[in-house]
Design a binder for this molecule. Sequence first.
Ligand SMILES: [Zn+2]
Length: 123
Amino acid sequence: MSRFTNAVASRPNDLPPAWDGLPVTWGEWTIDQVFLCRISDDAGSVVPHREPCPACGAVEALICEGHTASRIRRGTGNVVAFGAGGLSLTAYRCRGCGLDHVHDGTWLWQLDPDDYAGEGSWA
Ligand SMILES: [Zn+2]
């Protein structure tokens, strides 16, 4: 089996079933031409940037959009309501080795094996 197939097949779920405790609904994987991140150029504009995979150096990725269930969170005494569709997530999967990153709208997270288990990913 390829490195990609091995990595993906070893996971209990294709992507984290939950994000910070909120169940996630993931869409279909599609081919993304721009891997991982966008950077600001010298003029301060945000431009697409081909970032090689940190594990294998490949620049092609698959992309998958997901969203969490909406919920009111009362963790710190503050009440925070997500929008009707919950938090939007974007997953990027390296086509060379299967390494996944998820962008939560603010931060880009590299997934660990634990993130694919039943409780999902916790920041
Ligand atoms: Zn890779």
